[in-house]
Design a protein around this ligand. Structure first.
Ligand SMILES: Cc1ncc(COP(=O)(O)O)c(C=O)c1O
Length: 437
């Protein structure tokens, strides 16, 4: 007898449905965001100021007002290695919570690096290669971004050097091996290889590092070498732009599911995976066609959106970047060494900060224990071990589902499961043995 499927768990798109263009939210903003400023003159910077660090194609994307930016064919081809990523309906989690809410998650952990980060790494490596760059430097917190860029560097034959925040370097030795397997070099940051690193070590020889310090080191090396450019894994407009493949696919998949989200949730470190899922849905909200809510979730120990000031600040610790208008805890803020290394950044993407100020985005902060509790419940119902960063989104999604239950509402919740936690088992071990701070 034929078996009739009564419910669907996975919504899967064919490779033809990989988006052909990135969505640039700048074209739809009711008020333009504040320009980046030169720290010496306090005047808006021009393309020439960024040219030592980035290829011109990315600099132009940074300031583009075009609503759609075509994805080059070699980038789409690389995306076929893992895109479109699946969208799941969390039936088992819904049942465990006994909620009338519909919970969906977009799973970016299927990429080679295990997170959303290759969506921009591949694009950045491609444009650098096109413009004759030979080497890339970058920072990595959790190791996900370093993994993504080393993978992308190997696809486009670029040498890659990764300054890895020391706490992650020590907590996650296999992330380092992963990065090295793609041919990249990994250096724990702060290091003695740069002025920025040496300055931090002189003050605090036991520094566990931070994303801000690692960024300073990577920038210093790129600025000092003709053959080298710098690559950033979050925060900047072009990075957020590349991540919009997530939300565009999710819109098509939610249509397949016959639902549209009442709330879209993402964890937020620098803001890229949150923007990636949120911006394509925000387009309708900005144009007055939807009332979907957007929720960025951050750790209590690094609460840039919920507690930070909205002002101009440097993107790195040493103060070498242009000044960015953003929510910031101060570029000298040293976050506690929580396991969600990718959320330990003092600032928030200027575009996310701007939309938060305009009232289009809400934010929430959670302590790490509450997030691991949610991640374990998720693992035991949905079968996926989430990255500690992504566990923040799970916590918020579960809380939304419990609120919906309280209110007796069939709320539709969509969150981005930005990565898997297969290299984060030490963190789960700490949680399960009650040792988590
Ligand atoms: C799995 C995962 N999620 C989220 C983040 C946070 O970055 P962003 O806010 O740019 O998405 C990271 C950063 O390393 C990450 O590895």
């Amino acid at each position: 007898m034929a078996h009739v499927m009564t419910r669907r768990t996975k919504f899967v798109l064919d490779e033809d449905h990989i988006p052909r263009a990135w969505y640039n939210i700048a074209a739809d903003l009711p008020v333009p965001p504040s320009p980046y400023l030169h720290p010496a003159t306090l005047e808006p910077i021009g393309p020439a100021d960024l040219a030592p660090l980035f290829p011109m194609a990315l600099i132009l994307q940074e300031v583009s007002q075009d609503r759609e930016i075509e994805i080059p064919e070699p980038v789409r081809e690389a995306y076929t290695l893992y895109r479109p990523s699946p969208l799941y309906r969390a039936h088992r989690l819904e049942k465990a919570l006994d909620t009338p809410a519909h919970i969906y998650y977009k799973y970016e952990g299927v990429s080679p690096a295990g997170s959303h980060k290759p969506n921009t790494a591949v694009a950045q490596a491609y444009y650098n290669k096109q413009e004759g760059v030979r080497r890339l430097t970058t920072e990595t917190g959790a190791g996900q971004w370093g993994s993504a860029l080393s993978f992308a560097g190997s696809l486009f034959d670029l040498e890659t050097k990764v300054f890895m925040v020391r706490i992650s370097y020590e907590q996650k030795p296999y992330r380092r091996s992963f990065i090295e397997s793609f041919g990249a070099t990994v250096v724990p940051s702060p290091s003695s290889e740069t002025n920025a690193g040496r300055a931090v070590l002189a003050e605090d020889p036991d520094s566990t590092g931070s994303l801000g310090i690692a960024i300073s080191e990577a920038i210093e090396e790129a600025a000092g070498r003709e053959d080298t450019k710098y690559s950033l894994g979050s925060v900047l407009n072009h990075v957020l732009l590349h991540q919009t493949v997530i939300g565009q696919e999710a819109i098509a998949q939610m249509e397949m599911a016959g639902d549209m989200p009442d709330v879209v949730i993402g964890c937020a470190g620098g803001g890229s995976n949150f923007s990636g899922i949120a911006f394509p849905f925000l387009r309708d909200r900005l144009q007055g066609r939807s009332s979907t809510r957007f929720l960025a979730v951050e750790p209590e120990s690094c609460p840039s959106l919920t507690q930070g000031e909205y002002r101009y600040d440097f993107g790195d610790t040493a103060g070498t970047t242009p000044l960015l208008k953003m929510h910031t805890l101060g570029n000298d803020f040293r976050p506690a060494p929580i396991h969600a290394g990718g959320l330990r950044y003092h600032g928030m993407a200027p575009l996310v900060s701007h939309l938060y100020e305009l009232g289009f985005i809400d934010a929430k902060a959670y302590p790490q224990n509450a997030c691991f509790e949610a991640a374990v419940q998720f693992a035991r119902t949905e079968g996926l071990i989430a990255a500690p960063e992504s566990s923040h989104a799970i916590r918020a999604a579960i809380d939304e589902a419990l609120e919906a239950k309280e209110a007796g509402e069939e709320r539709v919740i969509l969150f981005n499961l930005s990565g898997h936690g297969h290299f984060d088992m030490a963190a789960y071990d700490d949680y399960l043995s009650g040792k988590l701070a």
